[in-house]
Design a protein. Structure first.
Ligand code: HPA
Length: 281
């Protein structure tokens, strides 16, 4: 039997939004989800509140090392932001529909822009660990396989049953990110991100397949979040921190500690990019 409770309802979403509104006067314009090892930006927020997400009933809990389960509301570069520190992934066992819940709450809080970062494997042979990639589009392989956060009753309050995805990543925000990178003297790669179910990393044959279908970076997040964000009419911007290089011959192992290590190196540059984008909004 399918459990209908997994699908967030407008009542559940509004209950959570009201609870958050009750703890701060801040009304976020921008939501942010920070990837593995990339969460430090949140520490420099002029924070008004930090809510442990386990105090929010029904909130999907992050179980992954490198993802603190906190919701931070504060000001960054003059912009009121809400940072979801502690992303949740499908492989943790959350139903896909629950992964979109925090984004729905952001939407009800009035955020109209979503900035996401992730750690990703470099499939494009010219990418090196430590690179930052501007996500210009994604391949929703996990969605093609039927795992969409929009499955279930459509929430008409947010968007249509069949939402457009022709511009999943906002073109103006991409242009802004390029300008900021140039001003800051930061190298910025660009490419296509794919979300796989994980949690196993890819086999060499998987990686050859991904290269063939035009993937530049591979990870286990972001696409479901962007799908919910776009359904709800948010403008979205995404960056991948390239933490490791695809090993197509199977000569090199991939580990989570390597991913977290790379995050530490990438974090400060990503922070400059995101701060610049916030100033330019
Ligand atoms: N594959 C999938 N997800 C990842 C990788 C990878 O190589 N690196 C960081 N996240």
């Amino acid at each position: 039997m399918m459990n209908q409770d997994q699908f967030p309802t407008i009542e559940e979403i509004d209950m959570l939004a009201n609870r958050i509104r009750g703890s701060t006067d801040l009304r976020p314009k921008v939501g942010m989800i920070l990837g593995s090892g990339l969460g430090e930006l949140a520490d420099s927020l002029e924070t008004s509140i930090s809510l442990p997400t386990d105090e929010l009933p029904g909130w999907p809990k992050s179980t992954v090392e490198g993802h603190a389960g906190r919701l931070l509301m504060g000001v960054l570069e003059g912009m009121p932001v809400c940072v979801l520190q502690g992303r949740v992934h499908y492989y943790e066992g959350h139903p896909m529909a629950r992964i979109g819940l925090p984004i729905r709450v952001l939407q009800r809080l009035g955020a109209d822009t979503l900035i996401v970062t992730n750690a990703a494997g470099g499939v494009n042979p010219s990418f090196e660990p430590g690179d930052i990639m501007l996500i210009i589009d994604h391949i929703n392989l996990i969605g093609m396989a039927g795992l969409s956060p929009l499955r279930g009753p459509n929430l008409e309050e947010f968007g249509p049953r069949f939402p457009d995805m022709s511009q999943a990543y906002d073109r103006q925000l991409q242009a802004l990110a390029r300008r900021v990178a140039a001003q800051e003297g930061l190298a910025l790669r660009e490419g296509i991100y794919i979300c796989l179910g994980g949690p196993a990393f890819e086999s060499p044959a998987d990686l050859r397949f991904l290269r063939m279908i035009g993937v530049d970076a591979v990870g286990m997040s972001t696409v479901p979040e962007i799908t919910v964000a776009r359904h709800g009419g948010m403008r979205t911007l995404g960056f991948s921190g390239i933490s490791n290089k695809a090993s197509l011959d199977g000569e090199k192992l991939t580990t989570h500690s390597e991913v977290l290590e790379a995050g530490k190196r990438i974090g400060p540059r990503l922070e400059r990019l995101i701060r610049g984008v916030l100033r330019g909004l």
